[in-house]
Design a protein around this ligand. Sequence first.
Ligand code: HEM
Length: 445
Amino acid sequence: MALPPGPRAPSIVTSVRFLHRPLDRLREWQAQYGDAFTIRFTGFGPGVYVSDPRAIRELFTGDQSDLLAGKANSFLIPVLGPNSVLVLDGPRHLRQRKLLLPPFQGGHVAEFRRIIREAAEREVDSWRAGDELVLRSRMRSLTFDVICRAVFGVTEPARVERLREALCAVIDASTAVLLVKGMQRDLGPWSPGGRLLRRKRVADALLYEEIARRRNEPDLDERTDVLSLLLRARDEDGAPLTDEELRDELTTMLAAGHETTATALAFTFDLLLRRPDAYARVKEAVAAGDDAYLDAVAKESLRLRPVIDAAERTLTKPRTVAGWDLPAGTYVFPAIALIHHRPDLYPEPDTFRPERFLDGAESYAWLPFGGGIRRCIGAALAQAELVEVLRTVVARAELAPRRATEDPVVMRGITLAPKHGVPVTVRRVAPRVTAASERAPVMST
Ligand code: HEM
């Protein structure tokens, strides 16, 4: 069985070129080799990128039992733990997923929006005219706050800070250790593997403490944060999630949900601040309370700047994908970044045009959150964050990009990210407008 053609340079050359400018490279390879091509990255087996919408739809619908995704993520176990939905496959994956999905659906999203708006207001409160900000790091702090409050249900500032310090320390220590296998070994507190292990123990202890505290909270049955809902959830056999499972899923939701969303926000502002027409329309939409345009901006940013370039599936059986008979064991990458850039699906694909999403149509051509039985669990939360943060920032602040041109897109770990984090200057910032219902009552004398 032959694999589709692809670049023939040594894998180290291909990897370096990809890490430097991932979007440009993927587009170059698609132009050269078509809708299916094979890439060999250093340290990985050959992987087939697929950008044909029909082929992707086949991978994301129907029986997906011969497609694994957790196995390829097993390198994340030192950070996420062995029970994380991200590293599981088969029945155990489905069980965890069924338990995790309901807290992110339906009426819960309205409560998320309230928490996000509060976090965004607090963030803008801390800005002053003349400040120079790196948006990705400001947004990272904001999206951490959102996960802490909406997912963990922790609101007391001192506890939020404790968790921020411990969990960000784990994530910051992890990138190189995870990507280079030999580095995972514990060779003492100063070795990369040893440092990660020690930081992870500290973070785990805090998470267990929060889980135990929540279990004993008298209002557990009324609470709507994700952890409380998960503590009350039962699987088909009536069994709850164990403390180890809860710890791993909390870490997973933080790891999968805070930097990704912060990056998407930074990209959105980088695109919008350079397009006065679209920006003016966002301002009008905010003033008019018209959410359709804000939703469309979020979708268009995720189309043009997807944070994850491709989903990943490993074939457990031979399978025909995009007309190629691929052997068992092949990695297949449904190429999110490429399907988003097809001129037959998105005319003038390089143009930032939110209007294309105004009819609300979503299809197999818009896949920033992947698809099928692995589709992102936090998609609704992430989209709500994009809209609510945009609304709050545009209503109160005027930002100006500090770079003359858009931030180049590079790889950071396993995500696409703006190379410089989108540096901006705060030109103007208005005080918070408090709704009449939230104002303190006027005391009469
Ligand atoms: C803009 C922000 C985000 C982007 C672009 C994003 C993207 C993705 C993608 C592409 C996948 C893989 C889907 C697949 O393989 O088909 C994924 C999986 C996942 N995401 Fe997100 N995500 C975002 C935010 C979040 C948030 C806020 C959370 C949770 C709080 C979250 C939790 C997860 C989880 C748990 C999975 C694993 C699902 C599974 O394996 O069944 N993500 N995400």
